[in-house]
Design a protein around this ligand. Structure first.
Ligand SMILES: NC(=O)c1ccc[n+]([C@@H]2O[C@H](COP(=O)([O-])OP(=O)(O)OC[C@H]3O[C@@H](n4cnc5c(N)ncnc54)[C@H](O)[C@@H]3O)[C@@H](O)[C@H]2O)c1
Length: 166
């Protein structure tokens, strides 16, 4: 079994990755600064679930805090580090809604509400296009993403409505 550091552990991907690793018996040290880019209560609720496993420990740390990170690496021997801590977000869809028409409309239909769209110019840090090639992931890990966007959004909205009781 490995000792694994997951940064951004209270985030969407970090949380699910961590659950998976703990379920196979790995020891996970999670790090997150719990910033308020979105609902901090949701991040805390994820951490609560992870903390139920005795092989999980959590550090509220900023990845940019060099001194604390150096200490963390001094105190622990990690076999693997998965770095997911980041300020995520793509605003391109707001400037170019046609690119994400299969996205907003599906969300509207599942939530039963019309989106109020506020069109803004490109923001600093926004990118025109992003690319992803998962061939090496499939080759190394044997996992191939196969959830169509409609199915993913349906699952998301049903979780969202149940979590926020709406
Ligand atoms: N969710 C997606 O669909 C998707 C797709 C492609 C790539 N990614 C990438 O995967 C990574 C994780 O995405 P996510 O959807 O889980 O995002 P998320 O925002 O849910 O999680 C990121 C976590 O990192 C934490 N964090 C941010 N800055 C930090 C810092 N300086 N120190 C410590 N913690 C910090 C945040 O508090 C948050 O909990 C990001 O790099 C994102 O760009 C996500």
């Amino acid at each position: 079994m490995s000792s694994i550091l997951v940064t951004g552990v209270a985030g969407f991907i970090g949380f699910y990755l961590c659950q998976k690793l703990l379920s196979k018996g790995d020891t996970v040290i999670g790090l997150d600064n719990l910033n308020d880019y979105y609902d901090v209560k949701l991040k805390c609720a994820r951490l609560q679930q992870l903390k139920e496993n005795e092989n999980f420990s959590f550090y509220k740390l900023n990845l940019a805090d060099r001194e604390s990170i150096t200490k963390l690496f001094r105190d622990h021997q990690f076999d693997i580090v998965v770095n997911l801590a980041a300020q995520a977000g793509v605003r391109y869809s707001i400037k170019n809604p046609h690119a994400y028409t299969d996205f907003i409309e599906v969300l509207e239909s599942h939530l039963g509400k019309k989106a109020q769209k506020n069109f803004l110019p490109m923001q600093p840090g926004d990118v025109e296009i992003t690319y992803a090639d998962v061939d090496e992931l499939v080759q190394d890990v044997g996992f191939k993403p196969n959830t169509p966007i409609e199915v993913g959004l349906e699952k998301f909205t049903s979780w969202f409505k149940s979590y926020y009781s709406i």
